[in-house]
Design a binder for this molecule. Structure first.
Ligand SMILES: Cc1cc2nc3c(=O)[nH]c(=O)nc-3n(C[C@H](O)[C@H](O)[C@H](O)COP(=O)(O)O)c2cc1C
Length: 207
């Protein structure tokens, strides 16, 4: 039986999408792992997306299927990606999670692995608060939180500005969104995917 890892994200300008692909690639490196990439539904009106340039950016990953809340129950592990909004997860992700009350009532996510990655515009814009506040929802669902241990030595990189923390992978988009995820950040994201898939596989073998 294959272990099922879902990577579920929202991205407005593509930074989280790039990290999501890296997380998925890392998870795929683990034998007997089935990886599915999903995005959550958009809430912002088309006209506003058009104005901010997000419409063109989002076209690059329009092919990624939109997930329905009930599908989360199919996974052994779920890695969530959200850009920061004032130090918290984005409304699109919050809205999606607020539709998981039925799953919560059934205990459908209890014992599954949950892990989070993020993106901010600025260096101290709330990466850690976004991830750790996201963890509260996962804990209410009975999920087991997985981060990125310092065994991933790229977390110690002081030679450049970089995202990535023991809480999860991250990137810095820059004030105008022009900075793209660095190789260091993408490697940490791949590590996170691999780490989650490895633990999920071990848990599945013992159950
Ligand atoms: C309403 C709003 C609030 C934001 N709040 C923050 C913030 O608190 N800190 C920060 O560094 N960036 C903030 N940003 C910037 C986004 O986090 C950034 O655009 C995002 O991480 C880029 O990821 P994406 O390309 O996947 O959408 C905010 C953006 C918006 C639109």
């Amino acid at each position: 039986m294959k272990t099922k890892v879902q990577v579920v994200f929202y991205s407005m300008y593509g930074h989280i999408y790039r990290l999501a692909e890296a997380v998925a690639a890392g998870a795929r490196e683990v034998p007997d792992t089935e990886v599915a990439l999903y995005q959550v539904p958009e809430l912002v009106p088309d006209s506003a997306l058009e104005k901010s340039g997000a419409k063109a950016a989002r076209a690059a990953f329009a092919n990624v299927p939109v997930i329905a809340p009930a599908q989360l129950a199919e996974a052994d592990a779920i890695v969530f990606g959200t850009p920061t909004r004032f130090g918290n997860m984005c409304a699109q992700m919050r809205n999606f999670l607020d539709q998981t009350g039925g799953l919560w009532m059934q205990g459908a996510l209890v014992g599954k692995l949950g892990s989070v990655f993020t993106s901010t515009a600025t260096q101290h814009g709330g990466q850690e608060t976004t991830i750790t506040s996201f963890h509260s929802t996962l804990l209410h669902h009975g999920m087991i939180i997985v981060g990125v241990p310092y065994a991933e030595q790229r977390l110690l990189n002081m030679a450049e500005i970089t995202g990535g923390s023991p809480y999860g992978a991250s990137t810095l988009a820059g004030g105008d969104g022009s900075r793209q995820p660095s190789e260091n950040e993408l490697a940490i994201a791949r590590y996170q995917g691999r780490h989650v898939a490895t633990i999920a596989k071990k848990l599945a073998a013992k159950s």
